[in-house]
Design a binder for this molecule. Structure first.
Ligand code: GAP
Length: 465
């Protein structure tokens, strides 16, 4: 199966089965924005909860935050985003396709990640003179010079649209960590945390991406799961290595293998960073390793800048050593939607069973949108339906469950396989006699007979171990 073919199949399954819909479809769509349907929402929430459990619930050195999307506009001046959060854009004059110049240069073997505009234009000119620079969509050789394209999304909160100018503009946050820096002092004052400690937050971020293709990999509205760890600079190396291990192992815990993942070390760093690694996943549908999470040592840049621009002292006083200093920060920054796509990519399997094709999403059971589906063998036998409904009502008190009496059992299995449900329970005629049912396992397709009274404990063990 080719990469394009797989992408098509996964995009189609995601829509058909209610995982992901293109936004505003009835109005012709809205580029690079997506909605999550019932099963997509369940999967996304399970991934989010798995991150939160490991990052906050199970740790003594972590507290949570849910800061607003709108923030004081000076936040983004202080952070450097207003001045320099942009990508180099080029356009095809013939078909109007918009491209990222650094990504186009990459195709010609020229590394231009975070390179200055002058360098990019010199390299583009060299290709132009050789007659090699061509549009990625139509092949025309009429390409504009590169210009800076700001990724910041502006709004006119509290002022009329016509008055949208640099003085009264507000921004939709381009990353969630901005809120963490602004609430660092309130968090310190209101909880009992001491350095080193972290603040974790999950929420929406917005970027006016130049090129936003590849389904939900790169979108203009997305969610981040970010953690900022505040520490004394002498601890940076130790904690950086610690967090690299913790985050790597989180992926292994949820079903990825070491071969699925790799580290990418950034050689060109942002001016404030001393170290930056990405965790990359080998996406089958994108044809290679791509970033899902960044782990960055940010020094004292963030708190120093916000101290300077706000005039508020954000230093930390260590009661034991009597030392006062601006804490340094290391962050782990993961994209929830990208990790969603990663789990979808990893889970997607096509198998041939007795000459018939089955599509099955083999999610880790804890992440699966629905844990148990309950069926009566026949929909037109009231005794079977009633018994199945009773089991469904009991089980749904503990797990996300589904009742299904549409079509025949084979069809129901296919549907549950396509949404990744690990277990299907069928109530048959024997159930009426001895209070047992069959449990079918998604991955092995084996069926087991189990007493109804033991079902809740059985699933607790299977799903929570
Ligand atoms: N605070 C640091 C930060 O935001 P980043 O590398 O720009 O770092 C972190 O973003 C993660 O957010 C990425 O690894 C990716 O998973 C996700 N991400 C970034 N831009 C995205 C986009 N346009 N669409 C979907 N996910 C995105």
């Amino acid at each position: 199966m080719t990469r394009e073919n797989l992408m098509e199949k996964i995009v189609s399954l995601a829509k058909r089965r209610g995982f992901v819909f293109p936004s505003s479809e009835i109005y012709g769509g809205f580029a690079a924005v997506y909605d999550y349907g019932h099963y997509g929402t369940l999967l996304k929430n399970n991934i989010r909860d798995a991150w939160w459990e490991h990052m906050v619930q199970l740790r003594d050195d972590m507290v949570g935050l849910d800061s607003a999307i709108f923030m004081h506009p000076t936040t983004w001046v202080a952070s450097g985003h207003v001045g320099s959060f942009d990508d180099p854009q080029i356009d095809c004059r013939k078909c109007k396709a918009r491209m990222r110049a650094d990504q186009v240069l990459e195709l010609y073997g020229i590394s231009a990640d975070k390179a200055p505009l002058d360098f990019i234009n010199v390299e583009l000119n060299k290709l132009r003179e050789l007659g090699k620079l061509a549009c990625q969509s139509c092949g025309a050789k009429d390409i504009t010079p590169a210009k800076r394209f700001s990724l910041m999304v502006k709004s006119n909160l509290g002022s009329p649209t016509e008055a949208l100018s640099e003085e009264n503009v507000v921004y939709l946050r381009p990353e969630t960590c901005g809120g963490i820096y602004l609430e660092y002092k309130n968090t310190l004052d209101s909880t009992r945390v001491k350095l080193p400690f972290g603040i974790a937050q999950i929420g929406k971020a917005f970027r006016n991406e130049v090129v936003a293709r590849q389904f939900i990999f790169r979108t203009r509205e997305f969610e981040q799961m970010e953690m900022q760890y505040f520490l004394h600079p002498k601890d940076m190396k130790e904690k950086y290595d610690m967090w690299k291990d913790i985050r790597w192992n989180w992926y292994l815990e949820y079903g990825l293998t070491k071969d699925d993942l790799k580290w990418y070390k950034h050689e060109k760093l942002a001016h404030y960073a001393s170290e930056a690694y990405d965790i990359e996943y080998n996406f089958k549908l994108l044809g290679g390793f791509k970033e899902v999470e960044g782990i960055h040592a940010r020094g004292d840049w963030d708190l120093s800048q916000h101290s300077k621009f706000s005039g508020v002292d954000l230093s930390y006083f260590d009661g034991e050593t009597k030392e006062r200093f601006i804490p340094h920060i290391m962050e782990t920054s993961a994209g929830l939607n990208r990790i969603f796509l990663m789990f979808l990519d990893k889970a997607y399997n096509e198998e041939e069973i007795n000459g018939e094709k089955r599509v099955v999403l083999k999610f880790d059971k804890r992440l699966a949108p629905v844990k148990v589906a309950v069926f009566p063998l026949l929909a037109n036998k009231p005794q079977l339906v009633e018994k199945a409904k009773g089991i469904f009502e009991d089980l749904r008190q503990n797990f996300m469950c589904e009742f299904d009496d549409n079509g025949n059992v084979g069809k129901r299995y296919r549907r549950q396989d396509e949404i990744g449900t690990p277990y299907c329970v069928t109530v048959d005629f024997q159930s009426l006699e001895d209070d047992t049912i069959t449990v079918r396992d998604r991955d092995t397709m084996k069926q087991e007979r189990i007493a109804i009274k033991e079902l809740a404990d059985y699933f607790k063990k299977q799903l929570e171990d």
